[in-house]
Design a protein around this ligand. Structure first.
Ligand code: ADP
Ligand code: MG
Length: 622
């Protein structure tokens, strides 16, 4: 049987992809519908960790997201931070070598080679594995017409050998490099700063393991690097390590020196630290939680943003030293800078943003995700190279966070500010009192912590929830913002499939000035808001505890002594009075007091439940 060869005729040249081959993460973007967009397959955030895991049995290496979990189990089989070795000789990177577990040597061309499970790999070959994965991800999002032509980015300080090595890596991955551009230039392109007639731009890039600051001059759309400096060993990892040290110090007595030195243990500590750090970028407090069932390690600690900021201070200060250096290398003062651009995932840390803003005396660009701007800019360059033009960039993002009012009057943000549209997110809620058959939802817009300080977009009610104890029903609430900025919110009760829905236009009737002042208020009132929110949550908690304690109090009384009863009465009375308090610390005390005082009551009830279970009777019958 013969097969007919299919030739797809396509007059349009394939688009040129933009690739950010990062030390920690790599991303790919493409010009689509008039703007650059990160390519992300369904359910994937588009970040591809620049890491490779080599299984022991010489199976295919694994690249990307899955590697981080593998590293937890087998840290020695993983290769990270390959970018540091690109185009370098052995003696250039003597210090870096300790971070790679595989033996390194130099081949006849003076290139580094790693002996990985019996096969030699150059950094170019390792990077090629990552680039293949990146291209793969891109292919998954595009059904047809995706070519192999790319624009790839490198740090501004990369020399010719490092740039050539990057080119080689792409070639090995079967990709065609149309142009190599500097990361800070790409970031500026993403923000459309090439449209400036002339000006000076500072690009502050704090990634996972490296920090760069570059000063660029722009003249008629052409970028020139005036200065670039930084610290190749300063990045998000250092912030993680600072947090991990806290947990290490707390745990050392419990786990002992030997476990503490174990690299899998340290990896677990650092991964949890990173989660906590990321939590603190969005909240004033986050949990640091480590659970390692095999070694029965359970650790839990609340970290306040202010505590984390204290730990980060020296790290941030080091970046500012480099900024000073870059300015002086360029022969400029901070006041000469016209635009400031933030790049790298670590610039999501609020304290970093504030420090940069203060240092340069102007608000940095934050309209795009800082860890995506380099790939986006590379896609802009790709678009321009393939003959495309563009008007001023449209930046379609959600300008104010969208969420729901909570029982106590707080706000649960479901879609955060600056999420590129279209976007969607789902959160699960439950009932607050027993046998509740309906839930009222109030859709809120704004950055403040209390619903009363935000804008109410609309209300709707989900009815027909089967009567169940509080906390059992599961209601998934989905927020969806379409390409036109229209928000639809759908609530669905899982067991019955009952749904309710509302549609609103969030930006309707809001001027730019109003958005600006809402944002400003959220900064100005951050601490007050946090206290109010905590107070509101505590009041709900206290009311719930009082209700639960009173439910079977009378039946349990005969089993309690006088003193305990007085103690409980007093605590519950304080609980009732707390309903009008707005002082979080006071409320916390009341709450803790109820918890303490009602312990004997809980014990009696537990006892009764146990007995009734054995006797086959219910508590009410006892
Ligand atoms: P690179 O340029 O080094 O490849 P990225 O720009 O992707 O790296 O930055 C990765 C770093 O950003 C990691 O250290 C990660 O923990 C950090 N990061 C990502 N998101 C956040 C966040 N929301 N808050 C704080 N740090 C973050
Ligand atoms: Mg980067």
């Amino acid at each position: 049987m013969a097969f007919i060869e299919l030739n797809v005729l396509n007059n349009e040249p394939s688009p040129i992809l933009g690739i950010d081959l990062g030390t920690t993460n790599s991303l790919v973007a493409m010009w689509k519908d008039g703007r650059p967009q990160i390519l992300k397959p369904e359910g994937h955030d588009g970040h591809i960790p620049s890491a490779i895991y080599f299984p022991e049995n010489a199976e295919q290496p694994i690249v990307g997201q899955a590697v981080r979990e593998r590293a937890l189990v087998d840290p020695t089989g993983t290769v990270f931070s390959i970018k540091r070795f690109m185009g370098r000789g052995l003696k250039d990177v003597a210090e870096e070598l300790s971070s790679v577990q595989f033996p390194a040597s130099e081949n006849e061309n003076g290139q580094i080679e790693f002996d990985i499970r019996g096969r030699m790999y150059t950094p170019q070959e390792l990077s090629a594995l990552i680039l293949m994965r990146v291209h793969d991800i891109a292919c998954k999002t595009q059904l047809a017409g995706l070519g192999r032509r790319i624009v790839i980015t490198v740090p501004a300080y990369f020399d010719d050998a490092q740039r050539q090595a990057t080119r080689d890596a792409a070639r090995l991955a079967g990709l065609e490099v149309e142009r190599i551009i500097n990361e800070p230039t790409a970031a500026s392109l993403a923000f459309g700063l090439d449209q400036m007639k002339s000006g000076t731009i500072a690009v502050y890039d704090l990634g996972g393991g490296t920090f760069d600051v570059s000063i660029l001059a722009i003249d008629d759309g052409v970028f020139r690097v005036l200065a670039t400096t930084g610290d190749t060993h300063l990045g998000g990892d250092d912030f993680d390590r600072a947090l991990a040290k806290l947990a290490h110090d707390d745990l050392i007595d419990q786990v002992g020196e030997e476990t503490a030195q174990d690299s899998a243990f340290q990896q677990a500590l650092r991964l949890s630290a990173e989660r906590t750090k990321i939590g603190l970028s969005g909240h004033l407090e986050a949990e640091y939680r480590i659970v390692i069932p095999e070694s029965s390690i359970r650790y839990h600690r609340e970290i306040k943003r202010s505590e984390f900021e204290e730990l980060s201070k020296p790290l941030i200060e080091r970046t500012l030293v480099s900024c000073r250096q870059a300015l002086s290398d360029a022969g400029l003062e901070a006041t000469d800078i016209d635009e400031v651009v933030l790049v790298g995932g670590s610039t999501r840390i609020p304290a970093v943003r504030e420090a940069v803003e203060q240092f340069f005396g102007r608000k940095p660009h934050t309209e795009l995700n800082p860890d995506e701007v380099v790939a986006l800019g590379a896609a802009v360059q790709g678009h321009i190279l393939s003959g495309g033009t563009r008007d001023i960039l449209l930046m379609d993002v959600v300008s104010l966070s969208l969420g729901l009012e909570t029982v106590g009057g707080g706000v649960d943000k479901v879609i955060v500010r600056n999420s590129p549209i279209p976007c969607q997110a789902t959160e699960t809620y439950t009932t607050n009192v027993d046998n509740q058959t309906g839930i009222k939802f109030t859709v809120i817009q704004g950055e403040r912590e209390l619903a009363g300080d935000c804008r109410t977009l609309g209300n709707f009610e989900l009815k027909g929830i089967p009567p169940m104890p509080a906390g059992l029903p599961r209601v998934a609430v989905r927020f969806q913002v379409d390409a036109n900025g229209m928000l639809s919110v759908t609530a669905k009760e899982q067991s019955t499939g009952q749904t309710a829905r509302i549609e609103v236009k969030p930006m309707h009737g809001l001027t730019d000035e109003e958005v600006e002042s809402m944002l400003k208020a959220s900064y100005d009132f951050a601490q007050d808001d946090f206290d109010n929110r905590r107070a509101a949550d505590l009041r709900v908690d206290i009311a719930r505890m009082c209700r639960a304690s009173r439910a079977h109090y009378e039946e349990a009384k005969p089993a309690l002594d006088r003193e305990t009863i007085e103690d409980i009465d007093e605590a519950l009375k304080a609980g009732d009075e707390a309903a009008s308090s707005n002082l979080p610390d006071e409320l916390q005390k009341v709450r803790d007091e109820i918890e303490r005082a009602t312990l004997p009551l809980a014990a009696v009830l537990m006892d009764a439940v146990a007995k009734s279970a054995m006797a086959g009777k219910t508590l009410d019958e006892l």
